[in-house]
Design a binder for this molecule. Structure first.
Ligand code: SF4
Length: 364
């Protein structure tokens, strides 16, 4: 299959790994930002093909994992309200809140439905004028355009029975928070190709300059990842710190301008709490004033208990350290014992992009 087979070709992977061995003279630590890249690295053992001088650590790029616990609690409470249908991506259903998860709420009779696109939720609202449809909007810049389109469609159709529980987060502020941390070890980044397909990579250029860190926009197949690693190491070994684009088959510097226009029309940036990490300035999206009628928190906040409380995570789960690359999943004491995909203590063990799930699936 075009764009798949050639990027999984064993000979190309082997050649790239050998080239990386040849150019590596020093010890380096690089972080892949995206959970999809984490799964490729762990699944194909790409980190084990690299010189021992290169450590690959995993970043906060799993949107399900960083959705704050109080938003999951809010989704659970909204799903219990009579006449509400709560639509969510499947990954979110088993993510533990402070007391329960959405699948548990569904088992108790809450109307929780799995959606494949936010536009499914709009269609549901159109088909069920007697019910109120709440769309649990989770994700990075990648999924924000579809969510914005859903709000615009609902507005166009004059639907009054549709709202959005917005938990969207943005990648660049998280990278800056990692680089600002006193315990930071990251010397180079593989940036997430799909995020840059939408947003481009201009926003990374001041980060590369300010922190003197190479950032390479990278795809998701084994050859992509190793090419991205090669480009980062080449920069590090020659004392350069630029933004480069490995994922040229999908990403342009300015991104998808039409998608950005739609997102900017509906959303504005806001401070956001990241699960396990804390509050990061300007790292989330909220609905603009002109679309606040579609804000589920505005509509249902008064019905929810503890709407202002921000529960902290269970202390057993060290997902905050995993998401900041300070702990490998297999180094967590609960990994594979108290915490498994059947009995997850934290979101990284249930999300399809979670680092703990990747280690459990491919390395346990
Ligand atoms: S293994 Fe489980 S408990 Fe440990 S960090 Fe991952 S999700 Fe949390």
């Amino acid at each position: 299959m075009k764009y798949i087979d050639e990027f999984r070709h064993a000979d190309s992977v082997k050649r790239l790994a050998e080239t990386i061995h040849t150019i590596t003279q020093h010890t380096w630590t690089i972080m892949e930002v995206c959970g999809g890249q984490t799964h490729t690295i762990v699944r194909y053992g790409l980190d084990r093909l690299l010189p021992s001088a290169i450590e690959v650590i995993h970043g906060p790029g799993c949107p399900v994992c960083v959705t704050p616990i109080h938003m999951i609690d809010a989704a659970c409470q909204i799903a219990k309200i009579p006449d509400v249908i709560l639509c969510s991506f499947g990954d979110m259903l088993r993510v533990p809140g402070s007391e329960e998860d959405l699948l548990g709420v569904k088992a108790q009779g809450g109307d929780v439905r799995m959606m494949y696109s936010p536009l499914d939720a709009v269609a549901l609202a159109h088909a069920h004028p007697d019910r109120h449809i709440v769309c649990f909007a989770v994700g990075f810049e990648t999924t924000a355009p579809a969510q914005a389109m859903a709000v615009l469609q609902a507005h166009e159709k004059q639907l009054t029975n549709f709202s959005v529980l917005v938990a969207h987060v943005l990648v660049p502020p998280a990278m800056e928070a990692i680089l600002d941390s006193s315990s930071n070890r990251v010397q180079g980044f593989l940036a997430a190709g799909h995020v840059c397909t939408i947003m481009g990579y201009e926003a990374y250029e001041p980060i590369a300059k300010r922190y003197q860190v190479p950032i390479v926009v990278t795809g998701f197949e084994p050859v992509d990842i190793l090419e991205g690693v090669y480009m980062v190491i080449q920069q590090l070994e020659t004392a350069r710190h630029e933004v480069e684009n490995q994922y040229t088959r999908s990403v342009q510097r300015s991104g998808n301008l039409e998608a950005q226009r739609v997102v900017n029309k509906v959303f504005e940036t806001s401070d956001r709490i990241w699960r396990g990490i804390g509050e990061l300035p300007h790292s989330g999206l909220i609905l603009r004033e002109s679309y606040r009628d579609y804000d589920a928190m505005q509509r249902f906040g008064h019905l929810m208990k503890s709407k202002n409380s921000h529960h902290t995570d269970d202390s057993e789960c060290q997902s905050g350290l995993v998401l900041q690359g300070q702990l490998k999943p297999s180094e967590c004491a609960a990994f594979g014992t108290q915490c498994t995909p059947d009995h997850p203590l934290g979101a990284p063990m249930v999300s399809s992009e979670g680092a703990c799930a990747a280690y459990y699936r491919y390395r346990k």
